[in-house]
Design a protein around this ligand. Structure first.
Ligand code: SF4
Length: 649
């Protein structure tokens, strides 16, 4: 079904030995199915590991990407880092994939899984919480957890696992038993030698394979000391498409009232118990007052709800008159903190934040824009960088970025631009030329345009017969929470026909589990464009509300668009459209997760009938036959025998 359309190198030696139909894996592992493109991908990764460099590799779901790169990782002479997009995928690698393949290959290796610091029990925080402050109930639970941890020999496990092993309710305990990176005092902490997080981190000094997630790679692995990081000469970014959003999010630092309060509150507490703290107290009051004044003036001026902050200040001298002394007050606060030696423990984070303000709230930063947002009278200011922090560019000598959706029709520039990857090779295994007959696109012809009144209701009315014919088993993907809520409200009238599983924040895994278990289920989600893997007939209809362009109200979109404009580039063509195509591909990709899967993908966006970019979008998606006739889609559902067998019970 698939073949390779772009291949830079084709090394068959190692990959043939392992991945051919008569190869080592087939001989030792009966479930193995030979796939030509898996063998080819493994050959590309092998060549990369031998030669070094950066490879961007794209291969469709079902290729067997994990084994294709793990063979090189397991056979490498130097230690490797594998970074993936979530904790669940880290666990899958550590508990299933790596041990399974290591056994097949007869290799033994030390694998260390590292999570973010807030996943581990912090004995300093937990010990203190058990002694003082907080609600009595919480104190008791924190105390019980602390004793249990000591009693069990101070294990290195995630604190939630510890709490569950101890039979302690974990709700609301988080803040009392964990600590953020910024608040951890590391070597200065009396618990440092016994600290679960640092003991686990220390394991990296002897690991053959470190398994981390992307957020952790940015925040912890990249800035790690050379003695640890220098050991790892290869890195694999699995599910690499997730790095883009992370890079964009990380390129934004935020200032708002709550953020400032986190700085001022510990200083205020210190001032209250200090006879000589009057001047600092005055400065804190001034800082708050200036922010109030700034918000008040902004309210009177009523400018756009968001925009370029320095530009607005230049236009409105009354804002500038407050903005400048307000920024100066941060410098003064820092000077006072240093004068009084307020530089450790609870003041550490305040100092870091003030330094960040000094740096990021300067309007003269090259490559950055200051963007303001006004919501319910509150001001927030965002420093938006076009290019993200250097961390991702400071890569080991061999770096593999792998995913099922990194390119737009073989063009990787949107991805490489966001991550500032300048020199790289690429490998792209895509659908074979010609149509894939396992699925159909249904593009309803007469829906209102997205964003128009009644769009979602009309889409739901249109797809109702498909939902019925398919006995549910549908994933409904929405590009906004509002759209999901409208659909949910509309579908409630058919609550007797369908079991609605709403993947709301914090309840995603329950919704997915419920969807997979019960007949006639519909899974409604905004956040499952990728990462959802339901193979088989339980999911055979995917309904997408619209082309998932980033919201024009998002300040990051506005700021980055302006920046690209300033560079003479077209933000829509060069950034927004490729981003939307990649996301749409991920959404469409939820349908076919295994060779025998199939079904219908509905895209409820009338722009696909007339906009100039429609061809670019459809060319980048899996090539299924397309129809705007609902009857054709219904007939297709009926024609597939597996569709008529409900495998759910
Ligand atoms: S080193 Fe950091 S994480 Fe560990 S116990 Fe101390 S404060 Fe907590």
């Amino acid at each position: 079904m698939y073949n390779t359309v772009f291949t830079l190198r084709c090394k068959e030696d190692m990959s043939a030995k392992l991945f051919s139909a008569e190869g080592l894996i087939a001989s030792r592992w009966p479930p193995f199915i030979y796939r030509c493109d898996q063998q080819e991908l493994a050959g590309e990764v092998d060549a990369l590991f031998k030669k070094g460099g950066v490879l961007l590799a794209e291969a469709p779901t079902g290729t067997g990407k994990t084994f294709a790169y793990l063979t090189s990782v397991l056979q490498a002479e130097q230690p490797s880092i594998i970074s993936t997009s979530s904790h669940a995928l880290q666990q899958q690698l550590v508990q299933r994939d790596i041990p399974q393949l290591a056994k097949i290959l007869g290799r033994s290796c030390k694998v260390v899984e590292l999570l973010g610091i807030t996943n581990y029990y912090c004995p300093k925080q937990g010990g203190a919480a058990s002694g003082e402050g907080g609600a009595r109930q919480l104190r008791r639970r924190a105390e019980a957890l602390h004793h249990y941890w000591l009693q069990q020999g101070e294990p290195v496990i995630p604190w939630r696992t510890l709490a569950s092993d101890a039979g302690i309710e974990s709700a609301q305990l988080y803040a009392h038993v964990t600590v953020s990176q910024g608040d951890c005092t590391a070597e200065k902490c009396p618990w440092y030698e016994r600290c679960p997080y640092f003991r686990q981190r220390h394991q990296l000094t002897t690991a053959d394979i470190a398994v981390v997630n992307h957020a952790l790679f940015y925040s912890t692995m990249a800035p790690l000391s050379q003695s640890i990081r220098g050991r790892f000469t290869q890195v694999v970014f699995d599910e690499a498409h997730r790095l883009e959003q992370l890079a964009i999010d990380r390129s934004t630092t935020i200032f708002d009232r709550a953020d400032l309060e986190r700085v001022l509150a510990p200083l205020q507490r210190w001032v209250q118990g200090e006879e000589d703290g009057a001047e600092l107290g005055q400065l804190i009051r001034r800082c708050r007052k200036l922010l109030q004044l700034l918000e008040l003036r902004l309210q009177r001026l009523q400018p756009e709800s968001s925009g370029d902050w320095p530009e607005l200040c230049l236009r409105e001298p009354r804002l500038m008159a407050v903005w400048q002394p307000w920024r100066r007050s941060f410098r003064l606060l820092l000077a006072y903190m240093r004068l009084w030696g307020l530089r450790s423990g609870r003041f550490l984070q305040a100092e870091k934040t003030l330094l960040r303000y000094q740096h990021s709230l300067s309007p003269l930063q090259p490559g950055a824009l200051l963007w303001y947002q006004r919501r319910q009278g509150r001001l927030s200011i965002h420093s938006v960088y076009l290019q993200q922090a250097d961390a991702i560019t400071n890569l080991p000598q061999t770096s593999l970025f792998i995913s099922s959706s990194l390119s737009v029709d073989g063009d990787f520039s949107a991805f490489s631009d966001t991550l500032r990857l300048e020199k790289y090779d690429f490998y792209c295994s895509q659908l074979a030329p010609g149509e894939d007959l396992r699925a159909r696109y249904y593009l309803p012809a007469s829906l209102p345009a997205p964003g128009m009144q009644g769009h979602i209701e009309a889409l739901m009315t249109d797809v109702l017969p498909l939902l019925r014919h398919n006995q549910g088993r549908a994933l409904l993907l929405f590009s906004s929470l509002d759209n999901r809520k409208i659909a949910e409200g509309w579908l409630r009238q058919y609550a007797d026909d369908f079991n609605l599983c709403v993947a709301s924040r914090g309840a995603i895994s329950q919704a997915v589990a419920q969807f997979s278990r019960r007949a006639n289920s519909l899974l409604l989600a905004t956040g499952l464009w990728d990462g959802l893997d339901i193979p088989g007939a339980n999911l055979s209809l995917v309904i997408i509300d619209k082309i998932p362009f980033s919201s024009p109200d998002d300040f990051r979109v506005q700021a980055r668009s302006k920046m690209l404009n300033m560079q003479g580039r077209d933000p829509f063509v060069e950034w927004q459209l490729p981003q939307a195509i990649l996301r749409l591909r991920q959404g469409v990709g939820r349908l076919i997760r295994a060779d025998n899967d199939g079904g219908v993908v509905v895209i409820g966006d009338s722009r696909l009938h007339y906009q100039g970019y429609r061809q670019q979008i459809m060319a980048a998606l899996p090539q299924y036959p397309m129809t705007s006739d609902r009857q054709v889609a219904l007939s297709f559902i009926e024609s597939r025998p597996s569709f008529n067998v409900a495998t759910v019970s």
